[in-house]
Ligand binder design. Structure first.
Ligand SMILES: [Zn+2]
Length: 268
């Protein structure tokens, strides 16, 4: 049973059973990037965007295939996966309420090399490429304009990718699993995640036994409870003590590039 995607609603009901879900989402300023837009830019964005459900397991687009949309989640979480011939894929970025999935669409490109897969169900703003182009006319120089906020976000993403490469090469799988769990909790705004060990091994680019050993170690420390694809984060402070430095660096990159304390919640 999924928990309602609205952050202040604790009812454990399926998304479609919450009558005022979309109205609450619209009024909540749920996405940090949309919240950074000045009033006129935010209203113009909302006039062109629609609220859509993100369903766990579904793809928003496939790698190298044209898509007209970009998504700004307010809840839930999307994995951006890199694939190579003969390889199962690797998660290179996760996106939730702090960002957007479809930076290539905002920049005017038809396709991305990455595949976007919903990991945690939720709600998102969705906007078409043609409608986005008109919103960039204000230019990047004006603080709070659409182009200004999205360009600064792009800068944070580029810096984040450098950090990701270092993490992948040098940091232990227990640290990386702790980072993935904390980042997923931050973005999905939930302490309960549905993800199998098989899926985690693909996302993290390691063998399944490595995920099993890392999850067992975190569970032995009573930091998580993991059973049959259901993970509960029991001790956030404890996980923060296990995580690699990349977790806090990631949050610092967002705060410095977006010049906003809205991203403080990504890491303490
Ligand atoms: Zn790391």
């Amino acid at each position: 049973m999924r928990v309602c995607a609205v952050s202040d609603c604790e009812k454990p009901h399926p998304l479609q059973h919450c009558g005022n879900l979309k109205d609450a989402f619209v009024n909540n300023n749920s996405n940090a990037l949309i919240a950074l837009l000045h009033d006129d830019a935010r209203q113009r964005f909302m006039d062109h965007a629609t609220v859509v459900e993100l369903t766990a397991g579904s793809s928003l687009w496939e790698g190298n295939q044209s898509t007209p949309y970009a998504y700004w989640p307010g809840s839930g979480m999307v994995s951006l996966m890199a694939t190579a011939q003969g390889a199962p894929g690797l998660e290179v970025r996760m996106v939730g309420s702090e960002g957007l999935a479809g930076l290539h669409t905002v920049m005017g490109f038809a396709a991305s090399a990455l595949t976007a897969t919903v990991q945690v169900s939720g709600l998102a703003w969705r906007c078409e490429r043609d409608a986005l182009a008109s919103q960039c006319e204000t230019g990047i120089a004006q603080a709070g304009s659409f182009a200004n906020v999205m360009t600064r976000y792009a800068g944070a993403v580029v810096a984040q990718m450098t950090s990701f490469a270092v993490c992948l090469r040098f940091h232990h799988i227990e640290q990386r699993l702790a980072k993935w769990l904390l980042m997923a909790q931050d973005r999905a705004r939930s302490s309960h995640l549905h993800v199998t060990q098989e899926a985690l091994s693909t996302l993290l680019g390691v063998r399944r036994v490595s995920v099993t050993n890392a999850a067992t170690a975190l569970q032995d420390l009573q930091l998580i409870y993991y059973r049959r694809g259901e993970i509960s984060l029991l001790n956030r402070k404890g996980l923060e003590a296990q995580v690699c430095s990349c977790y806090r660096l990631d949050a610092q990159l967002f705060r410095s590039h977006l010049r906003s304390t809205l991203f403080t919640g990504l890491a303490n």
